[in-house]
Design a protein around this ligand. Structure first.
Ligand code: HEM
Ligand code: HEM
Length: 133
């Protein structure tokens, strides 16, 4: 299995554990939990679910079509964008919601942009891979 694919799967499982830990902590400290709902949901849905789909998709879809992946380079760049984006979003989201400083809002938007870019790259790479089948 391609090393980048292995890292997509590893990071997915790490985000899963982080996501459920945040969910559990939200039950223990309900007063603060509101700030952490988007951290919990996006660690689980962008981190665990989407990252798992990226990894499995990159591994399986080219095999289904019997062709090589359109761009292994995009797969690698997308890995870094998706991880930097999600970590930035998860770290800045509660502070941005607390309105501690406008800096956190800026970090959140910048990280969200990286995440958006990574999703678009995934879609592009997959479309091209499927099309070449
Ligand atoms: C140990 C496991 C988990 C615990 C203890 C937990 C706990 C929580 C808590 C306390 C909330 C906030 C509810 C509220 O006050 O409105 C929440 C919301 C949410 N959780 Fe989890 N969760 C867990 C696993 C998951 C997983 C695995 C996923 C997705 C794959 C998930 C997705 C969501 C979503 C989407 C919301 C937001 C729902 C809404 O908008 O009302 N959770 N969770
Ligand atoms: C660039 C990527 C994304 C950005 C910037 C983003 C942004 C947001 C924002 C601003 C909210 C409202 C949070 C609030 O009420 O304070 C939200 C909620 C939500 N998003 Fe996303 N999202 C992204 C990707 C996704 C993906 C891929 C999924 C699912 C696969 C998802 C699932 C949800 C859910 C279930 C909620 C409602 C629960 C919550 O309030 O956290 N999001 N998102």
């Amino acid at each position: 299995m391609e090393l980048t694919v292995v890292w997509y799967l590893r990071m997915s499982l790490i985000y899963f554990v982080a996501g459920v830990l945040v969910g559990f902590a939200m039950l223990l400290w309900p007063a603060e939990s509101g700030y952490f709902i988007p951290v919990h949901t996006h660690l689980n849905l962008l981190g665990f679910m989407s990252m798992m789909i990226y990894g499995v998709g990159y591994h399986i879809l080219p095999k289904f079509s019997g062709k090589l992946m359109y761009s292994p380079k995009i797969m690698k760049v997308q890995f870094w964008l998706a991880n930097a984006g999600l970590i930035g979003m998860a770290a800045s989201w509660p502070f941005s919601a607390m309105e501690e400083s406008p800096l956190f809002g800026t970090i959140l938007i910048f990280s969200a942009f990286l995440t958006l870019l990574s999703a678009i790259l995934f879609a592009f790479n997959m479309m091209k891979t499927v099309k070449s089948a």
